[in-house]
Design a protein around this ligand. Structure first.
Ligand SMILES: Nc1ncnc2c1ncn2[C@@H]1O[C@H](COP(=O)(O)OP(=O)(O)OC[C@H]2O[C@@H]([n+]3cccc(C(=O)O)c3)[C@H](O)[C@@H]2O)[C@@H](O)[C@H]1O
Ligand SMILES: Nc1ncnc2c1ncn2[C@@H]1O[C@H](COP(=O)(O)OP(=O)(O)OP(=O)(O)O)[C@@H](O)[C@H]1O
Ligand SMILES: NC(=O)CC[C@H](N)C(=O)O
Length: 527
């Protein structure tokens, strides 16, 4: 299920509708994800007493509306001991059991200890003669809760989750849950949330593991879906008639789908009619346009070409071709008159000073003003096009190409930008070949290419991965064969540009370490 954070009443109606559908499909119990009534993560909404009043009202409504099926759902529970992250069992108009999450994740993107107290005891309830144990997400990643449930007599474990996506996560989960099922001889139902929430994407991909550790059902990733699982009288999970296929999507396909869902949900859940972006003829804006068109439909996306005196003809041609191939409306607004006016206005202030990066940034800022004006007028959100490599080293202009509301590829390194573009072109051609092979250029001065200012992207991305995602130091990275002076320079750029990233729009997280809530560095630092 894809809930909307904070929309407790709407999420409850969604639960009720799905419970009815599950009953009609022949189920006698339906399992929903972690904190499904608030959405995840509800963050400081949890500190508001109105939220808890709404949860009470939603639970009362679910209890009144849902009959002839048992529900397991996640919600925050206020009690005398504090606030708990619970899995509640609702049957015949009552909450008949509640399990409080014992392991509260507080690393990476998680911050649960800020809000919740930890539970201490297992919960096992009877359903149609089966003994069912409960756990909540992180509980199965740690020692304890699954063992306790098995010791308390559970034959089946229901684990409800709000487990965000990152590269490789599905395989990690399946291996972990399969091992746990085997170790304890219990079938496990793994029910996950789906949907984009600010920078996080939840991939769904719920699954069922039998007591021998075999995955017997898999839901598709990145869409709402349900699985109907039958058990025999001795708690054996019965394999469905056609055995579950392995999760076989390629790395690129999975990452692309994550980006599409992240953009769609940010734009739609925030009430925008669509998206606008600057289309330069470069690879970053080309990929961002394809993601936006796939997420929102081509009619909801608008591309703006804003040539300057430095824009090559082929950039305009390629940009127009991209818009045509995707069926997106494109318009051209040249920046020359605005750029020229700014240069003239600033002439007295800059008298006697050489032309430098200042003038490059004025061009990027002219574009930012035009795009934000179109966003204001149209009600479409401005998507920025910066990739992770650029955001890492600060190769972007504040209030210029960084202006905007959401940054679809901010966690995609440049080398992966090319791979995702090639993947999208294999599905159907949307990015001209020349865009894939041309040297990247910001086109802010004559004959400029990115590689004048930055190391080749293969080298840059390798160093960035070690420095940012692996937390390795300059010497350790250089020892792996990278030129020490290049490593030092890259590390210095990363450290120095924290201020830029702090002012950058949020974007979809696809790695284990994005520039968002999982990487918090000081702005002012002598490190
Ligand atoms: N610690 C700090 N805390 C808060 N603010 C700080 C700061 N340090 C500098 N600043 C401010 O930030 C300013 C510098 O930032 P900014 O104005 O953005 O300018 P800056 O970083 O100097 O230049 C932008 C760079 O990005 C490149 N670029 C631009 C556009 C697109 C692309 C591309 O290929 O995608 C590349 C461009 O070629 C240039 O190298 C300073 O003048 C100062 O006002
Ligand atoms: N001529 C232009 N018309 C429209 N938008 C532009 C133009 N030039 C730059 N922009 C906007 O500013 C962003 C940054 O520019 P830049 O040229 O550095 O990136 P890019 O062209 O997308 O990718 P690449 O790194 O391959 O050049 C672009 O992605 C685009 O959104
Ligand atoms: N909500 C949670 O407890 C998530 C933590 C868990 N390790 C996961 O990402 O899958």
């Amino acid at each position: 299920m894809n809930p909307l954070v904070g929309d407790v009443a709407g999420n409850a109606e969604h639960v009720i509708a799905e419970a009815v559908r599950a009953r009609e499909a022949g189920a006698d119990m339906a399992v929903f994800p972690e904190l499904v009534l608030t959405g995840y993560p509800p963050e400081d909404l949890l500190l508001r007493s109105e939220l808890h009043a709404r949860i009470e009202a939603a639970l009362a409504r679910i209890q009144a509306e849902v009959r002839d099926i048992t529900l397991v759902i996640g919600y925050p529970r206020c009690s005398v001991g504090g606030l708990f992250n619970v899995a509640g069992v609702i049957r015949d108009g009552e909450v008949v059991a509640e399990y409080a999450k014992q392991h509260l994740p507080n690393y990476s993107v998680f911050d649960e200890k800020r809000y919740f107290q930890q539970g201490a005891t297992p919960t096992v309830f009877e359903h149609q003669g089966l003994r069912i144990g409960l756990s909540v997400c992180e509980d199965i990643w740690q020692e304890g809760p699954a063992q306790q449930a098995a010791a308390a007599g559970a034959q089946v474990l229901v684990n409800i989750n709000a487990s965000p996506f990152h590269r490789g996560k599905r395989g990690e989960r399946e291996a972990l849950v399969s091992r746990l099922a085997r170790d304890h001889g219990m079938a496990i139902l793994y029910a996950n949330l789906v949907g984009g929430q600010d920078e996080l994407v939840f991939d769904g991909a719920s699954f069922v593991v039998d007591a021998g550790g075999a995955i017997i059902q898999r839901a598709p990733a990145f869409v709402e879906a349900s699985l109907l699982q039958a058990f025999d009288a001795s708690a054996h999970a019965l394999a469905p008639p056609s055995p579950s296929e392995a999760a076989s999507a390629s790395d690129e396909a999975t990452l692309y789908d994550a980006l599409v869902l992240g953009v769609r949900d940010y734009v739609r859940k925030n009430g925008f009619s669509g998206a606008v972006l600057g289309l330069s003829g470069g690879i970053d804006s080309a990929l961002t346009l394809a993601i936006a068109a796939d997420a929102l439909g081509p009619d909801a996306v608008e591309a703006v070409l804003m040539p300057s005196r430095y824009t090559a003809d082929m950039s305009n041609e390629d940009a127009l071709e991209e818009a045509r191939l995707l069926g997106v409306k494109a318009q051209t607004v040249p920046i020359e008159p605005a750029f020229q006016s700014f240069l003239e206005m600033l002439e007295p202030a800059f008298a006697g000073q050489a032309v430098d990066v200042t003038e490059e940034n004025i061009q990027a800022r002219c574009r930012g003003i035009i795009l934000m004006a179109i966003s204001n007028k149209s009600g479409r959100i401005l998507l920025t096009t910066g990739n992770k490599s650029e955001m890492a080293v600060g190769y972007a202009t504040l209030y210029g190409d960084m202006a905007g509301g959401f940054a679809p590829i901010k966690d995609v390194p440049k080398t992966l930008v090319y791979r995702l573009a090639a993947y999208r072109n294999r599905r159907s051609p949307v990015i001209p070949e020349r865009v894939m092979t041309r040297a990247p250029s910001a086109e802010l001065r004559p004959d400029q290419v990115d590689q004048d200012s930055l190391p080749p992207y293969e080298v840059l991305d390798a160093i960035l991965r070690l420095y940012i995602e692996e937390d390795e130091g300059v010497e350790a990275i250089a020892a792996k064969g990278y030129p020490p002076e290049v490593v030092r320079r890259v590390a210095r750029l990363v450290d120095r540009n924290e201020y830029k990233r702090r002012q950058a729009p949020p974007g979809v997280r696809i790695s284990e370490r994005a520039f968002g809530r999982d990487r918090r560095y000081p702005l002012t630092s002598g490190f």
